[in-house]
Design a protein around this ligand. Structure first.
Ligand code: NAD
Ligand code: ZN
Length: 249
């Protein structure tokens, strides 16, 4: 059975790598971009999440961000995040590389988290470099639109996420590629795997000899390369796999 097969692969893994996308946080109440009911059915992503749009109209960017940020800041880790933290603490995976910017892996106890698209928990002033927490900025959005920098009064406060049109964080991408090259098991959870560099990570791992497990609500482009494919909800499937692992009994 596929759950058992995944459990066996993970219990023998010693340097596995997990790659997660928005699907892993869906059950925490944060909507995904793609997939059924995804945000991209309501907004044009390339418009609202691009650096050009932000620079031309920070207020318009922040109006969307205010709504999304409120949801993301209030979200709590779900059983999928917790299962991944446990796989790390028990020595089966060495890190979680994530496309998510919500910080929920860290909240659930994962120690080595590689943020491929940056973090939505911090905000940086593009004029003076002053940094403050996203939660702090969220508090004044009712009175300030766009929000102003408390240090220089500038109006270009940007969450430390990677927007469309911005370069990828080189160090994080390198780290993910290196770990993929050394991985014995590649565990992909809740990513549609259509954007770079996320799409590349599992390919590197498989090419280097890793066995791949894919858990996603719908088919992905790498399913045919995987040893185990489970189409389902991450918050249900991952705990089931952990229960089937001998050492977690
Ligand atoms: P995506 O939105 O493109 O794809 C998410 C995938 O998860 C889809 O294939 C969907 O079918 C699947 N999915 C949905 N619910 C699931 C569940 N409960 N269990 C398992 N799978 C489920 O996400 P992406 O590939 O991560 O790319 C979008 C980008 O937007 C991300 O890279 C990220 O930077 C950003 N984003 C971040 C967050 C977040 O931080 N939580 C949320 C939305 C988007
Ligand atoms: Zn400033």
């Amino acid at each position: 059975m596929t759950i058992q097969h995944a459990a066996d692969l993970l219990s023998s893994a010693r340097r596995g790598l997990a790659l997660t996308g928005a699907g892993v946080s869906a059950e925490s109440g944060i909507p995904t971009f793609r997939g059924e009911g995804g945000l991209w059915t309501r907004y044009d992503p390339v418009k609202v999440a691009s650096i050009n749009y932000f620079m031309s109209d920070p207020a318009a960017y922040w109006k969307v961000s205010k709504e999304r940020g409120g949801v993301a800041l209030a979200a709590k880790p779900n059983p999928a995040h917790q299962a991944l933290a446990r796989l790390e603490s028990e020595g089966h995976i060495s890190a979680v590389a994530t496309q998510n910017t919500d910080g929920l892996h860290q909240d659930s106890g994962s120690k080595r988290v590689i943020e491929l698209h940056g973090s939505g928990r911090m905000v940086e002033c593009l004029d003076c470099g002053h940094r403050e927490s996203r939660a702090q900025v969220q508090k004044r959005l009712d009175d300030e639109m766009p929000p102003r920098c408390p240090a220089c009064s500038g109006t270009f406060l940007k969450p430390t996420v990677i927007l469309f049109g911005e370069p990828m964080p080189q160090v994080a991408v390198r780290e993910a590629f290196d770990l993929a090259g050394q991985a014995d098991v590649m565990l992909v959870v809740g990513s549609s795997l259509v954007v770079f560099p996320a799409a590349e990570v599992p390919l590197i791992a498989v090419r280097s000899g890793a066995a791949m497990i894919v858990i996603n609500a719908e088919p992905t482009p790498v399913d045919r390369l995987a040893e185990v494919v489970i189409h389902g909800r991450a918050g249900e499937v991952l705990p089931e796999i952990l229960r089937a692992m001998p050492i977690s009994a």
